[in-house]
Ligand binder design. Structure first.
Ligand code: PEP
Length: 235
C-alpha cells in the first residue's frame, strides 16, 4: 500500500540554486507518494511532480504585508500545505489561525497537513499526551471542517531532529500506534503521518505500523540518498 511521505525542508537550502539541485536529486517516480515542501519563495522555481507549502495565510486577500495567499499557492500548483507546525506554534501561531488556514486550504482544494504534537521531553504518561493532542485537534478541526480531507501529522516535539544527520530518539511503535488510532477513531481522520527523526534507518519500522499512513520528514529530507531510500521503502 502506497504511503504519503512529505518532505519539510524548513528554512533550507539558503539559495535557489541549491534548492533546485536538491530537488533534482529526488526520485521523481518513487514507490510511495512523495511531496516536497521547499521554502515558499522557491516554490515557483522547483520542478517536482507533487509540491507542498510550509504555511499559508488564513485570509484570502487584503492588506497583509509579507503573507502568502492560498490563491498564490494554488497558482503554483501546490497540492499540500503544512499547518500548525510546532516551530510555528512557538512563534505565536494560534489555534484559531490554524483552523482558519485549514478552512481556506480545503476551500481551495489544497490538502492541509495538520501538525500536532506534545512536549519538549518524553512524556511518561500516554494519557497526558492524548490530552494535549485532544485540545489541538478540537481547536483545529472545529467549525464543520471536512475531516476526511485533512491529513494529520503526529510530531512529538521532543523527537524532532536537530537537523540533517542528527536524529533523536523516536517513540516506541506501541506509542505511535496508540496515538494514530486515537486520532483516527476519535476524530474521523483517514490519514495519519508520523514525524520526528524519521530516517532511512527507521522508516521501514515506522511505516509498517498499521495505522500510520506515511511520514513527515525534516532533516533527512535534505539528504537526497536518505530521502530516496525513505520514499522507496519496501514494507
Ligand atoms: C519536522 O520538523 O516536521 C520534522 C519531521 O523534523 P525531523 O524529521 O528533522 O525530526
Amino acid at each position: 500500500m502506497k504511503k504519503l511521505i512529505v518532505a519539510n525542508w524548513k528554512l533550507n537550502p539558503l539559495t535557489l540554486a541549491e534548492a533546485k539541485e536538491l530537488a533534482g536529486k529526488i526520485d521523481q517516480a518513487p514507490l510511495h507518494t512523495a511531496v516536497l515542501c521547499p521554502p515558499t519563495i522557491f516554490l515557483g522555481e522547483i520542478s517536482y511532480p507533487i509540491l507542498g507549502a510550509q504555511d499559508v495565510f488564513w485570509k484570502a486577500k487584503g492588506p497583509y504585508t509579507g503573507q502568502t495567499s492560498v490563491a498564490a499557492l494554488k497558482s503554483l500548483g501546490v497540492k499540500y500545505c503544512i499547518v500548525g507546525h510546532s516551530e510555528r506554534r512557538v512563534l505565536g501561531e494560534t489555534d484559531e489561525e490554524i483552523q482558519g488556514k485549514i478552512e481556506i486550504l480545503l476551500e481551495n482544494g489544497i490538502v492541509p497537513v495538520l501538525c500536532i504534537g506534545y512536549g519538549t521531553t518524553v512524556a511518561e504518561d500516554d494519557m497526558e499526551v492524548i490530552d494535549v493532542l485532544h485540545g489541538q485537534l478540537e481547536a483545529a478541526l472545529s467549525g464543520g471542517i471536512n475531516r476526511k480531507k485533512v491529513v494529520v501529522a503526529y510530531e512529538p516535539v521532543w523527537a524532532l531532529s536537530a537537523g540533517p544527520g542528527q536524529p533523536k530518539k523516536t517513540p516506541t511503535d506501541e506509542h505511535i500506534e496508540k496515538v494514530a488510532l486515537f486520532i483516527k477513531t476519535k476524530y474521523g481522520i483517514d490519514k495519519v503521518l508520523y514525524g520526528g527523526s524519521a530516517t532511512s534507518v527507521n522508516a521501514q519500522e515506522i511505516l509498517a505500523q498499521h495505522h500510520i499512513d506515511g511520514l513527515l520528514v525534516g532533516g533527512a529530507s535534505l539528504l537526497p540518498d536518505d530521502f530516496n531510500k525513505i520514499i522507496n521503502t519496501k514494507i
